[in-house]
Design a protein around this ligand. Structure first.
Ligand code: 6GU
Length: 226
């Protein structure tokens, strides 16, 4: 998989080289290339934003540099991703879908957003996904892109050492939250590991974990229950 990220803060993406995704890059499974949007500016001040038509607070990213940047880094087979709090919610299902793509291009906006014509123009040529991490506001798309890239890359076939751990985690196949986990010692600060987990009884353990998952989901995320 090839991933291009266009941003005015390429340094924001540096953690990708350290994290899980860094390993995937070393193994050649994934290649992430970041680009500075200002490389596609033509004015002396390398400006990327301007005041919004219709008035209002903040600045909007100009279409010119974005159009040229996307023309340069896209390919016939790519999917363009625009992180924005106004997007559809990025879920594990979206991550799994994107993990099957050969080429992802992230367009990270700052300020109040990117001129909508950039997105509309891109959508005439490539599949475009405007995606949000959830109902809160970040200063720009960079941190969101980092999160999405990590979520996608770990689903690329061949990335995870143990694919079973993908199936059992939160938002896995049954869509429930993960059950609580414990390791040695069996007693710590007077707190015991639940007895059933020491029993060696695999069916009882599976039933207990299922029960914990359902209870946790009902308590914290009732919207996820079927
Ligand atoms: Cl994708 N971008 C920004 N700027 N804020 C967000 C977000 C994305 N998702 C949640 N908040």
């Amino acid at each position: 998989m090839r991933i291009d990220v266009v941003t005015i803060f390429p340094e924001y993406l540096a953690p990708l080289d350290l994290s899980l995704a860094g390993r995937a890059q070393e193994s050649g499974l994934v290649e992430v290339v970041t680009h500075d949007l200002r490389d596609w500016t033509t004015d002396r001040h390398r400006s990327v934003d301007d005041t919004p038509y219709g008035g209002g607070a903040g600045m909007v990213m100009r279409p010119g540099p974005w159009g040229d940047a996307l023309d340069a880094v896209t390919s016939a087979e790519c999917v363009v991703i625009v992180p924005t709090p106004a997007g559809e919610v990025f879920t594990q299902a979206v991550a799994a879908e994107l993990a099957t793509c050969g080429h992802l291009v992230f367009a990270c906006g700052r300020y109040e957003g990117i001129d909508q014509r950039v997105v509309d123009d891109a959508a005439d040529r490539w599949p475009v996904r405007e995606l949000s991490l959830g109902d809160f506001v970040l200063n720009g798309g960079e941190v969101a892109a980092l999160a999405m890239i990590e979520a996608v890359v770990r689903l690329v076939p061949g990335f995870m050492g143990n694919p079973a751990s993908l199936a059992e985690e939160s938002h896995g196949v049954d869509g429930l939250l993960e059950y609580p986990v414990y390791t040695k010692p069996a007693t710590w600060r007077g707190r015991e590991v639940p007895e059933v987990l020491l029993s060696g009884h695999h069916e009882r353990i599976a039933a207990w974990r299922r029960e914990q998952s359902v209870a946790r989901t009902a308590e914290r995320r009732p919207d996820l229950l079927p």
